[in-house]
Design a protein around this ligand. Structure first.
Ligand code: KG4
Ligand code: ZN
Length: 361
């Protein structure tokens, strides 16, 4: 076990091709030596969402340059690197294969340990890189692909308190934007429109409201919005703004209710959380940020929101998770398989499946 280490991290699970070099200092804190992110937003914009095949091909085309850039910007060569980390899932499998295979090749050629990182674990541990947040804490992860509330108890020790039964929050923003012709990615555009809209004009549902569990369901909200839009089509600019405002307010209310339930579950099982950590692109939304502040205040926790470039997908979070794992001697063999699905808390996932099966009986 070593205290001081340097890890190269590779991220290719969605539409960002990213590589970074991160150093873990002797006191356990982290320092980012380089963080290169190449977004494929333009490649996918015409389709209103990420197209897996296009993503995989784009990763292949640029990953070697992105890695070379990250190494050059860090000013280190491979001799100084202690491990090669890559996101091995969950994500779009074509992209995951590209990143993991590249990491394996570098690890093999340079004779370095491989660290196969769970992408969600990397989001979960980012607050420790940026803020040195101590375990345990409550994580609210909301991106285009994930919506989860987790108890983060230690490296490799996560308990899922809530998740979405259908769409992720970012996905709901993206689909709303697509429906209203606002383009991709939808979150920032819906937020901008919402600023000029009347949130009370349309009656939209708040799915799962008041339930004791901390799960989300957003497909009903999406359908309700579509029906309202169809009723008044063709839409004026004001209609679009009002629909966006109504949608965003519904999401804000849902996040408040569901995350509050998640924090209650956290408290019941692990005691009062000292920190509420946000991750994922959705945390950039100012209205949602306000709700997080309010909830953190309510439960007496510190709100930790890493800077936007570290909240969204990036290589530094993979490299940092690699550091945290390597420091504990957790490395992976070169035949580690890429995974499209990889719940952080496999046990909780199994429990959830059992619960759902029981409900059908
Ligand atoms: O974490 P991220 O960059 O990528 C992954 O999905 O992994 O998150 C992107 C998601 C998109 O769905 C985007 O619409 C959403 O985050 N998003 C937002 C905002 N900015 C980005 N959603 C709501 N409001 C925003 N300001
Ligand atoms: Zn992500």
């Amino acid at each position: 076990m070593r205290d001081l280490m340097i890890v190269l991290g590779i991220e290719t699970t969605c539409d960002e091709t990213a590589a970074a070099v991160v150093e873990r200092l002797e006191d356990g804190r982290g320092r980012i030596l380089s963080n290169v992110v190449l977004s494929q937003v333009n490649e996918h914009a015409a389709f209103g969402g990420v197209v897996p095949e296009i993503a995989a091909r784009a990763h292949v085309e640029v990953l070697d340059v992105v890695i070379a850039d990250a190494m050059a910007q860090a000013g280190r060569d491979y001799d100084a690197v202690d491990g090669i980390a890559a996101a091995a899932g969950p994500g779009l499998i074509g992209g995951v294969i590209v990143g993991l295979t590249t990491a394996k090749a570098i690890a093999l050629v340079k004779n370095k340990p491989l660290i196969a990182v769970n992408h969600l674990e990397a989001h979960a541990l980012t607050a420790r890189l940026t803020n040195g947040t101590a375990f345990p804490y409550c994580l609210f992860l909301a991106s285009g692909g994930h919506t989860q509330i987790l108890a983060v108890r230690g490296v490799g020790d996560y308990v899922r308190l809530g998740t979405t039964q259908d769409d992720a929050i970012g996905e709901a923003f993206d689909k709303t934007a697509k429906l209203l012709g606002l383009g991709f990615p939808g979150g920032p555009r819906v937020e901008k429109e919402a600023a000029n809209g009347d949130a009370t004009r349309f009656r939209l549902p708040r799915p799962m409201h008041g339930r004791k569990d901390a799960d989300f369901s957003l497909s009903g909200l999406k359908t309700a919005l579509r029906l309202e839009a169809e009723k008044i089509a063709p839409l004026t600019d004001q209609d679009v703004a009002d629909l966006c405002a109504g949608f965003q307010q519904a999401i804000v209310d849902v996040v408040f209710d569901r995350l509050r339930a998640g924090l209650m579950l956290f408290r019941a099982r692990f005691g009062a959380p000292t920190a509420l950590v946000a991750a994922g692109g959705v945390a950039a939304n100012q209205a949602i940020r306000k709700v997080l502040n309010r909830l953190a205040f309510e439960v007496g926790a510190t709100l930790v929101v890493p800077p936007p470039e570290l909240c969204t997908d990036n290589g530094a979070m993979i490299a940092w998770a690699g550091c945290e794992r390597l420091a504990l001697g957790l490395t992976d063999s070169l035949d580690t398989a890429p995974r499209a699905r990889w719940p952080l808390d496999e046990i909780a996932a199994a429990e959830g499946a059992l619960r759902r099966t029981a409900a059908y009986k």
